[in-house]
Design a protein around this ligand. Structure first.
Ligand SMILES: [Zn+2]
Length: 294
């Protein structure tokens, strides 16, 4: 999955010391809407602007430390910074850094190296939160960053705003040696999906599983089992993977607003998923490759 960057290790602890200082070789993430400033090198590998490049063209006055990635906690680390001039327009930045362009966030998913892809996605999640909380939602005052934790603080009313993470479930509904595969309506080129949806306020994740399966395909489920989680910064999500069994004797009633396809697919007809990025793909493969677990 996208977060599996071993042997690299992700460190997102809050820092407010020298280790949060930008060095020339560190990386700058600049976003505009759902796009990110990036280029690929001659080998097709992701390259983001360095702090040095940003400095050289006068773009280093607005940098916020995000996190670091390194192999050895005592060793050399790679620090990542957010460009926080959210009002800057794309053209003026491209004019200053002509080898780069703003590319759609989702294009990042299948590019290498994996640790940079994961870093870009995670930086995007933080960018959305920082950008959307420049002003206090309670009183409208401009917020500032806390000096003791990852939070934005309102100097007028004291409102403290922590990063927002939206939990959502991914559900593998099984029936004997079959798993329910879906396709989203209105998304051309979309691959196989599983039932998925956001947790509502006041709901347990297991209740979300029951509700989403009922809403999307009209089935009751039993034996809800936790599998794994995945941070999915593209949508500010934390994905919670569950398997469950379809109750016997019920027919699929598909929500056609949401889905264009919902069928139980036998294990021996499941192909090799062509990505090792998403929890959905891993759960489909896990069902295919581990009949003894179901
Ligand atoms: Zn306020």
């Amino acid at each position: 999955m996208i977060q599996n960057i071993y042997p690299e290790v992700f460190y997102n602890q809050f820092r407010n010391d020298g280790r949060a200082a930008a060095r020339d070789e560190d990386t700058v993430f600049a976003f505009c809407g759902r796009t990110i400033l990036v280029r690929t090198d001659e080998r097709g590998m992701l390259v983001f602007p360095s702090v040095r490049e940003a400095k050289d063209v006068g773009l280093s006055d607005h940098l916020q430390y995000l996190f670091s990635i390194c192999r050895d906690p005592e060793g050399e680390e790679h620090r990542f910074f957010l460009y926080t001039d959210y009002g800057a327009d794309k053209e003026s930045i491209i004019l200053k850094l002509p080898f780069y362009s703003f590319e759609g966030m989702m294009n990042l998913r299948f590019l290498n190296p994996k640790d940079l892809c994961f870093a870009g996605m995670t930086a995007y999640h933080l960018y959305v939160w920082y950008r959307d909380n420049v002003f206090c939602g309670r009183c409208g005052e401009k917020t500032h960053t806390s000096e003791k934790e990852r939070a934005l603080v309102c100097p007028r009313c004291g409102n403290t705003i922590y990063p927002k993470i939206c939990p959502a479930v991914i559900v593998g509904v099984t029936k004997g040696d079959q798993i329910l595969m879906t396709r989203y309506a209105g998304r051309s080129g979309a691959g196989n999906a599983l039932i998925a949806g956001f947790c509502e306020i006041g709901e347990t994740a297991e209740e979300t599983v029951q509700r989403e399966v009922m809403e999307e395909v009209g089935l009751h489920v039993t034996d809800i089992r936790y599998y794994k989680t995945q941070p999915w910064g593209f949508e500010s999500d934390l994905l919670l993977g569950y398997y469950c069994q379809a109750a016997p004797g019920e027919d699929i009633v598909m929500d056609e607003n949401e889905l264009s396809r919902a069928v139980f697919v036998p294990r021996n007809e499941i192909g090799q998923e062509d990505n090792d990025v998403s929890l959905t793909a891993e759960m489909i493969q896990y069902f295919r490759d581990h009949p003894e677990k179901f």
